[in-house]
Structure formats: structure tokens, C-alpha cells
Write a protein that binds this ligand. Structure first.
Ligand code: ATP
Ligand code: MG
Length: 429
């Protein structure tokens, strides 16, 4: 990753300053804590603004996720203003001002970006103007002063925002090379905010996508969650595929699914269901997301080994191990998610064993629900009979007596239904 390369050719020294009211932004829409932070910094004699996603979202009429503040005050000075501030970061320090559960992040103006929160090397404090030009997109570089009621714009972000344009600040190729994660951010913002990345930016994505493989895998994990777990997974996935970034993130899966999974596929259905859950306020877990993202890779590999004569259980275990190992080269999936992910896969074979006490015992297992939801996706995508999924749905809802009757009604302990037997051989482990 190249750093410190800032083509500042198009700096317009005089920013455009407009009233916040003319952009539809009123102080009432801001978290009172964030306002208080700006006010207290200003009262202490420092300039301070709200910046980034919150200003952009306010202008778009959306509810900001959180509020970021930037100021002229240095970290130590920020701490002197707030008793409830904690400094974080090693080299480039930020302050977190705590108000119960709400945290307002306060950063000092800087001239170079912090590309990786884990690695704060090479940042230097700067002016407000430098702070604007180190940001990624023009719509993310707007500064709002709630006390004065003004929005400051060095990069023509207001104009871009009003035209629904997502424009990289500076030379797009240099900025994407400097930090390839900006390509993922571009796709995410475009999908979430219905902005259109400029033609030049769009053209670069397929060619520069492979640079993502040089980004620290731990950082990519965080970015993948932002891509798929913020309620726009379907649109984001479409855009990632269109710009050939999905294959850079998931090379193993993309080589099987092709450049774009069809709408009937397990992955496409998983993303629809995840967006749906989030819109209903239900929880989602990275274990389930990655189980769906990587499943086709595991299935294909296991099927291949089984066709070559390998024992089912071992074939599935080895395929899971291999696919995960390859994926970890690009994206670091923490153990606390990869372990339950593999359990979701491994438990699939137990849905075929319903006779005797098997079904009763399985129902008690801790990971039953996630495995069952995953079975639902497999059934919907035509991989296993819908009747099997329906049986498990009814089994869960049934009374104790009804459950006994359901198991009793199965065709004997071996359940000699040819379909099922095929599955048992297929999904081992
Ligand atoms: P979200 O709604 O996802 O929080 P955001 O724009 O606020 O969107 P953050 O990741 O919270 O995104 O970053 C805050 C701001 O920091 C951005 O608006 C942008 O100005 C700047 N920024 C973040 N990441 C980068 C980056 N990789 N390169 C340059 N600037 C960045
Ligand atoms: Mg933000």
C-alpha cells in the first residue's frame, strides 16, 4: 500500500460556506451530546465541527449512525476540556468522549489519513483544509458548525451530493492505490445512499480490485461486515459483483458461483434474509453470514472428493478446513465466528437423522436454530427437499406427543427414502 501520496492539485483555497438551513440541516437533528462536544471545544477557544458521514446523512435527510467531531485542539487539549474523554490509538490519537452508552469521537485535524485503525503510523496534524483533502469522497468532507449554523465545503461536496454523485477527492487512481479499502467504501456508499460513483471511479474498480488482497485481512473483515451487515447487503452484493470486487474478496467462491450468483442461490437468499432481519430489528451474526458466503466452495469441494470415492464425513471436514484456510489469506475471520460457522456446516448432516431419539437430541443443541435457518436456505435454493425443512419446522412447533407421533410416522428407523439416503452420503461429518 502506498502512503503519503497526496495530489493536491485542485485545492481551492476559499471554501464554499453556506447556511446549514439551506441544506436542510437543523441543530435539532443532531445528538445533543455531539452538539455539547462542539460547543465546549469552541468555548475553550478551539474551532470544532461535525464532519463525515453524519453531515452527509443529515443533508440527505437520513438518520446518522453516529456523530464525529473534528477540532483544532490536540488530543491532550481535548482531554483537558472533557473529564469524560479517553484517548485511544497509539501514534495518532483520537479522543472518545463518553456519555453513558453514547460515544462521540473527537479527532484533531490531520494532513494524512489513518488507513488502518490498528496501525496509526505516519499521521501528522494539519489544518482544516488539509483535513478536508485527506478524506475519501467529497460528500464525506463537509464540515458543519451547529453553533454558527454553517456548512463548510472545500471540495464541492455539496454540489456532488445534490446531484447524487460520489466523487473521490483528488486523483481516483492514486487514492484507490493509496488505500484500496476506499473501493469498498465507494461501493458501500453508492448502494446505501443511492449515489452514483463517477465514471472515472467506476472504470478503475475492476482493474484495481486485486489490490484488496494487500489490505490487512483483519481490516477487511471489518469492512465485509459493513458491506453485508448494515441492511443493504443485496444492493451491495450486486454492486460488488458488477465492479468485480466480490471476486477479489472471495476468490474461491467467485470461481464457483461465477461473477454473479443468481437470485435463486443460497447466497443471494441469505443476503435477502439478512437485510430482512435487520429491518425487523432482529440480530444477525457473522458466523451465519460467512457460512452462507463460503458454502458453495465447501459443497463443491466435498462433492468432488466424494465423487472420487472419499468417505462423506471426512470429505466435508476437509473441504471446510481447506476453504476456510484459503479465505483467511484474504479476510481474517476471527475464531469466535469461524468456529460456529463450521458448526453450522457440520450440523447439516444431522437433519437427515430423525429416527429414534436423534431429532429430540438435536433440538436441544445450542446451535440448532442457526443450523435450522441454514437448512431453510438450502431448501429454498433447491439443494435439499423442502419437505425436510418443513418437517423440522413442524417438529419444533409440535407438542411432546405430536413429536413422538412425527418420529413414529417416519418410514422406520432407517427412513428408507431414497432422497434422504443420498443426502446422508452427501452431507457427512
Ligand atoms: P458511515 O455512515 O459508514 O459511518 P462514514 O463516512 O462516517 O460512514 P467512517 O468510517 O465513520 O465513515 O469515517 C468517517 C469519515 O472519515 C469519513 O466520512 C471520511 O471523511 C473519513 N474516512 C474514513 N475512512 C477513510 C479512508 N479510508 N480514507 C480517507 N478518509 C476516510
Ligand atoms: Mg461514521
Amino acid at each position: 500500500m502506498r502512503r503519503g501520496f497526496f495530489p493536491l492539485t485542485d485545492i481551492s483555497k476559499a471554501p464554499k460556506i453556506v447556511t446549514a438551513a439551506s441544506c436542510g440541516v437543523t441543530p435539532g437533528r443532531i445528538s445533543p451530546h455531539a452538539r455539547q462536544v462542539v460547543e465546549r471545544l469552541q468555548d475553550a477557544g478551539y474551532t470544532a465541527y461535525l464532519v463525515g458521514g453524519c453531515v452527509r446523512d443529515l443533508i440527505l435527510g437520513k438518520e446518522p449512525k453516529d456523530f464525529d467531531v473534528v477540532t483544532q485542539a490536540r488530543p491532550e487539549e481535548i482531554r483537558q476540556v472533557f473529564r469524560n474523554a479517553r484517548l485511544i490509538g497509539r501514534r495518532f490519537r483520537l479522543a472518545h468522549v463518553h456519555f453513558g452508552r453514547e460515544i462521540v469521537e473527537v479527532a484533531t485535524y490531520r494532513a494524512t489519513p489513518s488507513l488502518d485503525p490498528q496501525d496509526d503510523d505516519g499521521n501528522v496534524f494539519g489544518t482544516l483544509e488539509e483535513d478536508a483533502f485527506r478524506r475519501d469522497f467529497t460528500v464525506n468532507a463537509l464540515y458543519y458548525d451547529p453553533q454558527e449554523g454553517l456548512v463548510t465545503d472545500y471540495v464541492n461536496g455539496l454540489d456532488d451530493l445534490s446531484h447524487g454523485r460520489l466523487r473521490v477527492i483528488g486523483d481516483p487512481e492514486a487514492r484507490f492505490r493509496e488505500d484500496p479499502v476506499r473501493m469498498l467504501r465507494a461501493v458501500r456508499f453508492a448502494a446505501k445512499l443511492h449515489l452514483q460513483l463517477t465514471e472515472e471511479g467506476r472504470r478503475l474498480l475492476p482493474a484495481l480490485g486485486p489490490l484488496l488482497q494487500e489490505v490487512p485481512p483483519a481490516r477487511l473483515f471489518e469492512e465485509v461486515l459493513k458491506l453485508f451487515h448494515t441492511g443493504n447487503a443485496v444492493a451491495t452484493y450486486e454492486a460488488l459483483c458488477e465492479h468485480r470486487l466480490f471476486e477479489a474478496l472471495f476468490p474461491g467462491v467467485a470461481s464457483i458461483l461465477g461473477p454473479h450468483a443468481d437470485a435463486e442461490s443460497l447466497l443471494a437468499r441469505a443476503l435477502v434474509s439478512s437485510d430482512q432481519r435487520l429491518s425487523e430489528g432482529k440480530p444477525v451474526t457473522p458466523a451465519f453470514l460467512f457460512a452462507a458466503l463460503l458454502w458453495e466452495g465447501v459443497r463443491e469441494e466435498a462433492m468432488h472428493s466424494i465423487a472420487q470415492g472419499a468417505a462423506a464425513a471426512e470429505a466435508w471436514t476437509k473441504a471446510a478446513e481447506h476453504v476456510l484456510r484459503e479465505q483467511l489469506r484474504v479476510i481474517m475471520i476471527p475464531k469466535r465466528f469461524s468456529v460456529p460457522m463450521r458448526e453450522i456446516w457440520g450440523l447439516q448432516s444431522r437433519f437427515d437423522r430423525r429416527a429414534g431419539r436423534h431429532a429430540f437430541r438435536f433440538l436441544e443443541s445450542k446451535r440448532f436454530r442457526a443450523a435450522y435457518d441454514f437448512l431453510g436456505l438450502r431448501a429454498a435454493s433447491g439443494e435439499v427437499p423442502m419437505a425436510l425443512f418443513d418437517w423440522w419446522t413442524r417438529f419444533q412447533e409440535a407438542t411432546a406427543d405430536e413429536r413422538e407421533a412425527m418420529v413414529g410416522a417416519l418410514s422406520g428407523p432407517g427412513e428408507k427414502r431414497p432422497r434422504r439416503r443420498r443426502r446422508r452420503r452427501a452431507v457427512g461429518g
